[in-house]
Design a protein around this ligand. Structure first.
Ligand code: CDP
Length: 784
């Protein structure tokens, strides 16, 4: 049974948020109801690619409950028909010239209730002239491919960017002299973050004050506010973005969606607050998806299994508008961490981004800026090499892992991994799994019977973007602020720029303050998700909260602690240099009994106590944390599967996950994060796929088709940990939220392919559904 303490600092502790969440008392966007509020609904394109001939809204306008019908033409008049994406592209708010993916926003109806709004959508008559669609990213640059973004001046094809990292010539030279070279096409198919709560907003424009208040379940309230300010030409203080309780983000709630802008315009036009909430199908077919990476990996190695070089070429499907949210310098995110956890001489990656007639995105889904794709590729390639060399995949990994003494490790593609002890983590996972016994069991299986597979994955993540010098989104540097105020009674309020979507920030950030100041976590209120109430910062995605805002919290608490030292010195009438700190208290060196608690100091700081020259009263501080480097969590995962060769059905029997995220603030929350990510991994490996037919019709726009894992598909997770603190993070913590999603798909796929090895199957693409597995056994793998 899990033990739970009431730690004053780091340790297992129930989430403070649970009190409202488990009682169903959270406040989500859809719970916001304002007097006189109207409801919006979006008319969406039935075609993936079509020219708009005409839009007739007369019948909808005549509906007795309809207050406004907004089209691209309306928005053109306001210069709002197009908006910037977070990747410096443009995206149609409501289509004017063409529709470019099925589900694209064409018109917006505002009505007295949501049913009338939806009914009125059916009264809008749009005449389309269908065009051929580009569905396969690998065909997007064919000379005869229809040009999707003909709205962009000078755009004559579907090319978005070419980007690469590493030393191509050095890599080619190693390949030319390599004893063994293996190559493999590896697809990471399009999947969807599918958060429990879909996207939505309530926009309330006050014509008297000229202030817009926007409740919206965004992961990046401050970044959104700045984009709205730039687009609308309003000062930031006239825009308040409130991101209340959010039911899961996973990257899906990073982009700005047309529905948000339409709700704002709807409120301006009608003078009333307007709510817009999308339904599940709208969320699945039109909002930021993830992955869609078509990769060709190559490994150069020695015959005895030393990996010497890696090469990869990628075609990245970004959909119809480049709506991904990557730091400006890195259009393929952090994909160049694809050398993973191995000591290689040289590496090179080249990524080409293309437009297709699909929903825009390529956003996270718990993938830390394309690291999930990178980790999957390298971990698949290592198994492909093991297959080729007929070598044990654990032995092959152990042979090539970076050694502890190599840290900080400069990678061949430009990273500096901060810390790690990889062999220790892998050995722990092997021991926990009983690897030798599992292999013995596998070897004793009679031929022709049920199959058993053991899959390993060892991943390195890079989380915590900035530093701001190298990383920005739309020119906004990736640093985050924090403000801490300790009130006279010793209770504190911490204001942070990141936003929680269920990760428990109200608990863990209070624990950081508790660790630094000794104020119990229950006495620390964490304020987040409201731009009027919190300092500027870039938001929560890519597991950056702990590495950046967690650090900001520790730093600001230390500033308060230093102020408290000055106040304590006045209280105790000693020199500040003669004071020593223990958690929650300054005392006189050499006289432990002579001290003052942080609560006593807080009261004195607000009293008439005479303070030394230059020392301000009150007990508060602010900071902006600009991370010097990313943090590099890592982990070793082992999955055991049983495969029925008759049906292709895969059952995950066991899953061992050893994670190292440096110092753990709240191990219970960390374990919850890992559990969720592992379930994600099973889903992506075995079930999840946003599929399209050749006309670009989206085939997976409901949970009947887009399958998510449930407890039925998940084993009882077996978790282990090692702790290698980050040397540059104030409390030695690294991010963890995405680790398990990054690391687990490869372990599951490697396990299934290990089971299929007797049938000569070297690779098959995700999702490994029963049909897919069965066909692979028959020697006729499906192409996703
Ligand atoms: O950015 P996001 O919050 O999604 O990810 P994260 O920084 O990895 O944190 C997820 C949750 O785990 C937060 O509540 C963290 O404070 C907590 N965590 C922790 O307790 N110890 C760590 N070393 C890392 C994260």
């Amino acid at each position: 049974m899990t033990t739970v303490d009431k730690p004053i600092g780091f340790g297992r502790m129930h989430r403070k948020e649970d009190a409202r969440f488990v009682r169903g008392r959270g406040t989500y966007v859809d719970d916001v109801n304002l007097p006189g509020m109207l409801y919006g609904a979006v008319l969406r394109s039935p075609f993936a690619h079509a020219r708009i001939v005409s839009i007739d809204t007369a019948a909808a306008q005549a509906h007795p409950k309809v207050k406004a019908v907004i089209t691209g033409q309306t928005l053109e008049g306001l210069k709002l028909a197009w908006m910037p994406t977070l990747s410096q592209d443009t995206q149609a708010v409501l289509a004017t010239d063409k529709v470019r993916f099925q589900g694209q926003e064409v018109a917006f109806v505002v009505a007295e209730d949501k049913y009338a709004a939806r009914d009125a959508l059916e009264l809008i008559d749009v005449e389309y002239e269908p065009l051929p669609a580009v569905v396969d990213a690998r065909r997007a640059l064919d000379p005869d491919a229809p040009v999707i973004r003909d709205d962009k001046e000078g755009q004559t094809d579907n090319h978005i960017f070419d980007w690469g990292a590493g030393d191509e010539a050095a890599t080619d030279a190693v390949f030319a002299s390599a004893e063994v070279v293996v190559a493999q096409d590896v697809l990471y198919p399009r999947v969807h973050p599918a958060p429990l709560e879909t996207c939505g907003a309530v926009a309330d424009f006050d014509a008297v004050t000229g202030k817009l208040t926007m409740w919206c379940n965004t992961q990046a309230p401050h970044a959104h506010r700045t984009v709205y300010a730039l687009v609308a030409g309003l000062p930031e203080h006239k825009i308040r973005v409130i991101s209340p309780d959010v039911g899961g983000g996973f990257g899906n709630k990073v982009p700005i969606y047309p529905g948000y802008v339409c709700a704002i315009v709807g409120s301006i036009v009608t003078g009333k607050p307007v709510k817009w909430m999308e339904d599940r199908s709208e969320n699945l077919m039109s909002t930021g998806f993830a992955r869609d990476y078509h990769m060709r990996g190559e490994v150069a190695a020695t015959r005895d299994g030393r990996i010497r070089a890696l090469r990869v070429k990628v075609v990245a499907d970004h959909g119809a508008f480049n709506g991904t949210a990557q730091p400006t310098k890195f259009p393929a995110g952090f994909f160049h961490v694809f050398t993973g956890s191995y000591d290689v001489e040289a590496a090179h990656c080249a990524v080409t981004g293309v437009y297709t007639n699909k929903a825009p995105g390529g956003v996270a889904y718990a993938c830390s800026f394309r690291i999930t794709e990178a980790a999957y590729l390298i971990e698949r390639m290592v198994d492909v090499l093991a297959y080729e060399l007929d070598m044990d995949p654990a032995e092959l990994r152990m042979k090539n892992l970076l050694k502890p003494e190599q840290f900080p490790y400069p990678s061949p593609t430009g990273w500096e991994y901060d810390s790690g002890d990889y062999p220790r983590a892998l050995q722990l996972a092997l021991d926990m799994a009983g690897y030798a016994e599992l292999r013995a069991e596998q070897a004793s299986r009679p031929a022709g019977g049920p199959l058993m597979g053991i899959g390993i994955s060892f991943f390195t993540e890079a989380v915590g973007a900035g530093p701001r010098k190298h990383m920005d989104i739309l020119g906004l540097g990736m640093a985050d602020g924090a403000e801490l105020r300790v009130h006279p009674t010793g209770k504190a309020v911490l204001r942070i720029s990141v936003q929680s979507q269920g990760q428990g920030h109200e608990t863990t950030y209070a624990q950081i303050v508790a660790e630094e100041l000794g104020i119990p976590p229950d006495d620390v209120e964490v304020v987040h998700g409201d731009t009027d109430q919190t300092p500027f910062g870039l938001g929560t995605y890519g597991s950056r909260s702990t590495p950046v805002s967690g650090a900001a919290t520790a730093v600001v608490a230390r500033k308060v602690r230093e102020r408290a030292r000055q106040v304590a010195s006045a209280m105790l009438e000693v020199d500040p240099g003669d004071l020593e700190w223990e958690k929650g208290r300054w005392y006189v060196r050499g006289d432990h009994a002579q001290g003052r608690s942080i609560q006593e100091i807080a009261l004195a700081a607000h009293s008439s106590l005479e303070l030394p020259e230059g020392v301000e009263g009150h007990l508060d501080a602010t900071t902006v944390y600009n991370p010097p480097n990313l943090t590099f969590p890592f982990g070793a995962y082992i999955c055991v599967v049983d495969v029925d060769p008759g049906t292709g059905q895969v059952k995950v029997r066991r899953f061992v996950a050893v994670d190292d995220c440096g110092v753990r603030i709240n191990p219970m929350i960390v374990e919850g994060q890992v559990h969720g990510g592992l379930a994600d991994g099973i889903g992506m490996a075995l079930m999840e796929l946003i599929a399209f037919d050749e006309d670009g019709n989206c085939l997976g726009a409901s949970f009947m088709d887009y399958l998510l894992p449930t407890a039925m598909e998940c084993p009882s997770w077996e978790l282990g940990e090692t702790v290698t603190p980050s040397p540059h993070h104030p409390i030695g913590a690294k991010g963890v939220g995405e680790s398990a999603t990054v690391g687990s798909p490869a372990a599951v796929v490697n396990a299934v392919l290990d089971a299929l090895k007797p049938h000569g199957v070297r690779h098959a693409d995700m999702p490994l559904t029963p049909a897919h597995v069965w066909r692979a056994i028959q020697g006729r793998p499906l192409r996703t």
